[in-house]
Design a binder for this molecule. Structure first.
Ligand code: ADP
Length: 612
């Protein structure tokens, strides 16, 4: 509207100039010429005033006043140049301008008003020249008709122009929207790409590669070196390969300190900055690398500075607002991804250190157990020899009783050492390995019970098992579990209560139970008794019964290796006491225990031992 009003003013000024020239040179004898020149001068002045008015008032109001001025000017001209019969035609121009400004309705109204004004001038200012009076109806008809035609014309032209303008705006809006969607998609894809790997280096490269097509000719990701307070370039990419390589080399050599140059000051203030001028000393290498501009944004996560994303351009890649906005969006997504990668690598390091420490401990345990076993075997062997000799020399003596005590204590120590060895094997290999054979579980049960009973002649152990119960399992290992459960039942029934051992078939499985009426286990501790080194304390918090807390841990590993299950419950048939039970499949398939520590290279402990 404003532009249109300006154009109309220019046309009006042009016509005024042409009118003035005509009056001056073509029709110098026209009556009322001076008055007409004044009108033309006023029209020209008004036209010159319009731009100024448009700067201060709404263009619609300026347009209305302009129309009135035009009407008045033409009316005056028609009145003054009464002899110039075609002067009324100028009304046509005013009507056309009105139609262009305000459309069909206004065009019609203006044609009616102007017909009235023309009629008034002709009738009032009549000079007896009846030709004009005669022609009045035709001319009025002409003006009204012109109003209709101009209005319709403007409706078509303006309508088209408006439609076009609307269409253009719509297209522009759609394009803008598409651009925004593309940008959002790109950024969300970047977010996904950045988080695709937990490896720190891979993440840094993903950031540089993902950001490069959106930003300047070259993009470098700097990472904070906290100890040195420097920024180390870790990844670079960009369409300007030459700049990428040169910049990477420069940044590697320079490694900006905090607050040094643009990149260093972004790190120091954690705020984005850009430069198009080279700073004194060229700390960022802008002149050296021929950069036209340099932009840097901080990479933050949880309020902590992790690095700086820097991008630069030269030649046909000018810096614009969009690049700044995109760089910030990229850095926003890079922060959490880098933090995750950092945490993951810290965790990996810690786990590796812990695994190494664990391996040293396991190796130590294994070596100590082995070393202890040899002297124990000798002591056991020699005490047995001595016992035999003494029996041959003097029959049953006090010394022989002492030797038996030595032997039983050494046996106990051997069992403890064997348990330690088992635990170290379980820890190193992730479980127990079994070698299943066919045997009769009922028979095995009876044998184990009678063996244990021989050592505890004062205890009553009852067995309830079917005549035969063939199974395919590791006989020695199952014996180990049985012995452990029965020995525990004896140990934890200090008042000497009875112990019941039973076995029965349950579908494709066999179930063994060992029940005692001893001290029992508080419900809240039952879950823990199968843990390594676990021992339930007595009321005073002192250990009353001895032991290492390994038997049940090993028993569970053995039952697990058979694909079975071990559990403990309160003995519901007695006021106190526990029932330990396990179930294994009648045909057990050996499960290969997962190797925890990779074999092949000697464990660190052994290495040190050789060194010493
Ligand atoms: P240890 O007997 O050498 O301490 P175990 O692994 O065999 O180790 O048992 C772990 C703990 O479980 C024991 O210290 C004891 O507190 C508890 N426990 C095991 N068997 C019984 C039982 N029959 N009655 C009561 N407590 C038991």
């Amino acid at each position: 509207m404003r532009a249109q009003e300006r154009q109309l003013a220019a046309v009006r000024l042009g016509m005024a100039v042409v009118g003035a020239l005509l009056l001056a040179f073509v029709v110098p004898e026209l009556p009322g010429r001076t008055a007409l020149l004044v009108v033309v001068a006023l029209i020209a002045a008004w036209s010159l005033l319009v731009p100024w008015l448009l700067g201060r008032f709404p263009s619609r109001e300026v347009g209305i006043v302009s129309t009135v001025v035009d009407m008045a000017a033409v009316t005056v001209a028609v009145y003054v140049a009464a002899d110039a019969v075609d002067m009324y035609l100028f009304y046509g121009l005013v009507i056309l301008a009105t139609a262009l400004r305000f459309g069909l309705g206004a065009s019609l109204w203006s044609s009616l008003v102007m017909s009235g004004m023309y009629a008034a001038v002709v009738i009032v200012g009549g000079t007896g020249d009846d030709a004009r009076l005669d022609l009045l109806p035709v001319r009025v008809g002409y003006l009204v008709g012109f109003g209709v035609v101009a209005g319709l014309f403007s409706r078509i032209v303006i309508g088209r122009a408006t439609d076009n303008a609307r269409l253009r705006q719509q297209v522009a809006e759609e394009e803008h929207e598409r651009e925004q969607i593309r940008e959002r998609e790109q950024l969300s894809r970047l977010g996904r790409d950045f988080g695709a790997s937990l490896d720190r280096r891979a993440t840094l490269h993903a950031v540089a590669r993902g950001a490069a097509p959106l930003l300047g000719g070259a993009t470098v990701v700097f990472v904070v070196d906290d100890a040195e307070r420097r920024l180390v370039p870790e990844a670079a990419a960009g369409p300007d390969v030459e700049l990428v390589n040169a910049w990477q080399k420069h940044a590697n050599a320079r490694q900006p300190r905090f607050a040094e140059g643009l990149i260093g000051s972004v790190a120091a203030t954690a705020a984005a900055r850009h430069a198009t001028e080279v700073a004194t000393g060229d700390p960022d290498g802008m002149r050296e690398l021929g950069m036209d501009w340099l932009l840097a944004v901080p990479i933050l996560a949880g309020g902590r500075l992790l690095g700086v994303l820097a991008t630069a351009g030269r030649g046909d890649r000018p810096l614009n607002e969009r690049i700044g906005h995109l760089a910030e969006a990229v850095a926003e997504r890079a922060g959490p991804a880098l933090q995750n990668a950092q945490l993951w690598s810290d965790l990996q390091d810690r786990m590796a250190r812990e695994r190494a420490a664990q391996r040293i401990k396991d190796d130590f345990l294994s070596i100590v157990s082995h070393e202890l076993r040899t002297p124990l075997t000798s002591i056991q062997g020699y005490s047995q020899l001595l016992e035999g000799r003494l029996r041959g020399l003097s029959g049953e003596t006090k010394e022989m009783a002492h030797l038996r005590v030595i032997r039983s204590q050494v046996g106990r120590m051997r069992r403890l050492v064997d348990d330690l060895l088992d635990v170290s094997r379980i820890d190193r290999r992730g479980g127990v390995s079994i070698e299943p054979i066919d045997f009769d579980l009922a028979e095995e049960l009876r044998e184990t019970v009678s063996r244990v009973a021989r050592e505890h002649t004062d205890r009553r152990i009852e067995v309830a098992a079917a005549g035969s119960m063939p199974v395919h399992a590791d006989r020695d290992r199952i014996d180990q579990v049985l012995t452990n459960l029965i020995e525990n039942a004896i140990k934890y029934s200090p008042d000497g209560g009875p112990i019941t051992v039973s076995a029965e078939r349950r579908g494709g499985e066999v179930e063994v139970r060992v029940a005692d009426t001893g001290i029992g286990i508080p419900a809240e501790h039952r879950e823990n008794v199968f843990e390594r080194f676990y021992q339930a304390d007595d009321d005073a918090g002192r250990r009353r019964f001895g032991g290492l807390g390994l038997g049940l841990y090993i028993s569970r590993a053995i039952v697990d290796a058979h694909g079975g299950r071990i559990w403990v419950a309160a003995n519901s048939d007695a006021p106190t006491g526990s029932v330990f039970g396990f179930r294994i499949p009648r045909v057990a398939m050996p499960l290969a225990p997962a190797e925890i520590a990779p074999t092949g290279e000697p464990p660190p402990f052994v290495l040190r031992r050789h060194d010493g």
